[in-house]
Design a protein around this ligand. Structure first.
Ligand code: COA
Length: 161
């Protein structure tokens, strides 16, 4: 089983590539122009969101964990502590989780999600949450097997095509 360690600056290209692949999968119903615009801006957007490509996120930007398989980047888990505005509960939000395509279906995604649950328990938080695309059947099956329940659905209606 690979190890899970903190993000380092040399993880940036692999982290970005996996985030871009995941984003493009989510945008599969978007127009070519929207997909191209996402790719053009995502390196800068992601860089701003983590705060530092060299150090990774810190403070209220959370913690970025890397799945390390024999010294190679095999996936990541980005966790941010949040307060639920409705319940006041303290929750650990999985901002992003992913496994590099050639390493999928080997139990690594489950290990990353176990890490999220372990971190939340270690910090004494109330729950772990995330967003997932409705048609991401692999991810949804994994989360449901691990005890996650659907609490909210996001709905949208396009105004032009
Ligand atoms: C979702 C993801 C993280 C799962 O990681 P993974 O390493 O492939 O998953 P695991 O090998 O740990 O499998 C865990 C469970 O996922 C499901 N699963 C994994 N591969 C699957 C496949 N090819 N088909 C259907 N279900 C699958 C199964 O429920 C599996 O449990 P099981 O082995 O007991 O049957 C990975 O597919 C991924 O990175 N996808 C692209 C990015 C993404 O969608 N991230 C989630 C955004 S919310």
């Amino acid at each position: 089983m690979p190890s899970i360690r903190r993000y380092r600056g040399d993880d940036w290209p692999s982290f970005l590539a996996l985030e871009q692949e995941t984003g493009l999968t989510s945008l599969r119903y978007a127009s070519q122009a929207e997909r191209a615009a996402f790719l053009a801006r995502w390196a800068d957007d992601l860089s701003a969101r983590i705060g530092s490509r060299e150090e990774g996120p810190g403070g209220d930007k959370g913690t970025l964990w890397v799945l390390d398989e024999g010294g190679q980047f095999a996936g990541h888990l980005w966790l941010v502590k949040r307060d639920d505005p409705l319940t006041g509960q303290r929750l650990l939000w999985v901002t992003s989780v992913g496994v590099v395509a050639r390493h999928r279906s080997r139990g690594f995604g489950r290990e990353l999600m176990k890490k999220a649950l372990d971190e939340a328990a270690r910090e004494g938080l109330d729950s772990v949450g995330l967003h997932v695309d409705a048609d991401n059947v692999v991810a949804r099956k994994l989360y449901e097997e691990m005890g996650f329940e659907t609490r909210r659905l996001q709905m949208r209606r396009a105004l032009r095509r």
